[in-house]
Design a protein around this ligand. Structure first.
Ligand SMILES: Cc1cc2nc3c(=O)[nH]c(=O)nc-3n(C[C@H](O)[C@H](O)[C@H](O)COP(=O)(O)OP(=O)(O)OC[C@H]3O[C@@H](n4cnc5c(N)ncnc54)[C@H](O)[C@@H]3O)c2cc1C
Length: 260
């Protein structure tokens, strides 16, 4: 193993300066096994990034909040969001793994990323203080040299949030999963956000299904839009035909529950 430097900054400004020298260390559950590859790590634990706050129509979650604290946030976070934190990792891991670390390291089979997409998650990124939609962040993180820090995740507060998955066993990671969130917007009417996961390097939003739902709530057409986006989603876990069909079944089930 190569020697590496360890820093534990006490302020955000200090952490941002150190970002040129190394990578953020949150719960360490994904990073620690790869520590020999990194010249330096910047431990985020003293930056106080573990807040959880509800505002009128948004939920703000510090990137350093661990997944078990999200599970424990009864009456604050939607039930389906807390349930996918349980699906994401076992109890030991949940007590260490953070929301920010999970966003940066999980792939398309992540129940939590799928639900975050349906909730229209945005990440507050430093330096710069920009707010970046999760859809974009999941693409950017795959490029080389993402030397930035996520400080806060912002979610839209849903009227209803529903999630379903198919996996080999109840505790396994999904082969296909789907999440639908329903929001009410005063001037724009209803808003739906649909995400599919279980495949590839990241879950995806199905904007075709969302606009169908917003313009007439046609469940058959929305299901077809979801089936289409997974029409070529074959891998070692499932054929594209199976995944596309199952995505349709799950989304139909969720929409029937949500719109009934
Ligand atoms: C036994 C075991 C089983 C696991 N099983 C799975 C699994 O089935 N599926 C799976 O997807 N993962 C799995 N993991 C990986 C890991 O647990 C998760 O991905 C975890 O959610 C990472 O969170 P963390 O806080 O520990 O991140 P860390 O390990 O601290 O960091 C992960 C990455 O995110 C970056 N990062 C962390 N916080 C920030 C931030 N605020 N801003 C910018 N970058 C940041 C780090 O630099 C690093 O690149 C497993 C790990 C273990 C130990």
């Amino acid at each position: 193993m190569c020697p590496f430097e360890f820093f534990r900054p006490k302020t955000l400004a200090e952490a941002l300066e150190l970002l040129e020298r190394g990578v953020p260390l949150a719960g360490g559950t994904a990073l620690t096994p790869r520590r020999g590859e990194k010249p330096a790590v910047i431990d985020l634990r003293e930056l106080g990034l573990d807040n959880l706050e509800i505002q009128a129509s948004t939920i703000l979650i510090g990137a350093g909040l661990n997944l078990q604290k999200m599970v424990d946030a009864v009456h604050i976070l939607p039930v389906a969001l807390r349930e996918v934190c349980i699906r994401e990792a076992g109890w030991n891991l949940r007590n260490m793994a953070t929301l920010g670390g999970t966003i940066m390291s999980s792939d398309g089979r992540s129940p939590l990323l799928t639900v975050l997409l349906a909730l229209g998650a945005k990440a507050l990124i430093e330096p710069g203080g920009n707010t970046v939609p999760l859809v974009e962040l999941l693409q950017q993180r795959e490029g080389a040299g993402f030397h930035r820090l996520i400080t806060t995740i912002q979610l839209m507060k849903p009227l209803t949030l529903v999630y379903e998955q198919i996996s080999r066993t109840p505790a396994d990671r999904p082969i296909v999963c789907a999440a639908v969130a329903h929001f009410f917007e005063d001037d724009a009417g209803d808003l739906f956000q649909v995400a599919l996961g279980g495949f590839g390097s990241r879950p995806i939003r199905v904007e075709g299904a969302e606009s169908i739902l917003e313009h007439g709530r046609d469940i058959d057409a929305a299901v077809e839009a979801c089936r289409k986006v997974y029409a070529k989603a074959g891998d070692a876990w499932a054929s594209a035909e199976y995944r596309s069909h199952t995505a349709g079944v799950l989304v139909r089930r969720l929409l029937t529950e949500l719109l009934s």
